[in-house]
Design a protein around this ligand. Structure first.
Ligand SMILES: C[S@@+](CC[C@H](N)C(=O)[O-])C[C@H]1O[C@@H](n2cnc3c(N)ncnc32)[C@H](O)[C@@H]1O
Length: 254
């Protein structure tokens, strides 16, 4: 099947059918689901199709030998559907998390154990896609457990907001960028953590590779910081598809 000929709605209904085909009844999740034994909430593969972070072009490329790293895969409902339902070879799906879930173990993916907020190990491979499926926001909680740090700075707000608008509108090098970066960096510590995480992820991306984040970088000021700061370091970076929702963040290397 050529997935590029499908629109997102058609892809969603195919994913829905495949969930029924490949998973036993108790695993036919369609939304967020809670595993009591683990005291953890996980997300159905459908969650990611509906959010448009998993799209026809990504599926098409994976079926044609592109490689995916999923960071913070949990029990990997999505990753297992990609393999079993969409016939994406196991060798093209690498997973990672702080632990090895039994279901991921059984699925037989190459699995990497590491903390995504610490220095990453040498993964000995580069990927076409690095996905953070509802994991970045969760991982960042560790750095601010009492949630005391601010998500946004209101200092010089009108001034900073103008720069933010320009960046989000596509100008990655607006006139007052240095000031914007300095103030946000000082007042919102999480931007430096996110920046360092993404720099590590980028080091494992192939040319033309993409990082796709579902949840964790939805605050516009933080997005603007990350977009402009990374663009200073990587001239070939672009930010496609920034439309659907700020729950999604996508970056691509040229
Ligand atoms: C809400 S769950 C989502 C799991 C899975 N992607 C899904 O969609 O069901 C968040 C996942 O992020 C992982 N995680 C949290 N902090 C992490 C860290 N510092 N490094 C790596 N993974 C982390 C958790 O272990 C968990 O599997």
């Amino acid at each position: 099947m050529n997935y590029l000929s499908l629109n997102q709605t058609e892809l969603i209904s195919i994913a829905q059918q495949k969930i029924i085909e490949v998973f036993p009844k108790e695993e036919q999740h369609t939304d967020i689901y809670y595993i009591e034994k683990k005291n953890y909430s996980y997300f159905s593969a459908m969650w990611y199709f509906k959010a448009e972070i998993i799209t026809p072009d990504l599926i098409q490329n994976l079926t044609q030998n592109a490689a995916l790293l999923s960071v913070g895969c949990g029990e990997g409902h999505l990753e297992r559907l990609l393999n079993k339902g969409f016939d994406i070879p196991k060798k093209n799906i690498h997973t990672s998390d702080l632990y090895l879930d039994q279901k991921i173990f059984q699925a037989g993916f190459r699995h990497h154990l590491f903390d995504l907020t610490s220095p990453w190990p040498n993964l000995k491979k580069k990927f076409d896609y690095i996905l953070f499926p509802e994991s970045l926001g969760v991982a960042l909680l560790k750095h601010d457990p009492s949630r005391k740090q601010q998500d946004i700075t209101f200092r010089f707000f009108n001034y900073l907001e103008q720069t933010q608008k320009e960046i989000l509108g596509g100008n990655l090098n607006p006139p007052d960028l240095t000031f914007f970066l300095e103030v946000v960096e000082k007042d919102v510590p999480r931007v430096t953590i996110i920046y360092n995480i993404l720099k590590q992820a980028i080091s494992f991306l192939k040319p033309q590779g993409e990082i796709r984040i579902k949840h964790g970088l939805q605050e516009p000021q933080q997005r603007a910081y990350i977009m402009a700061k990374l663009a200073q370091e990587y001239q070939q970076i672009t930010y496609p598809n920034q439309t659907k929702s700020y729950e999604n963040f996508i970056l691509k290397m040229a």
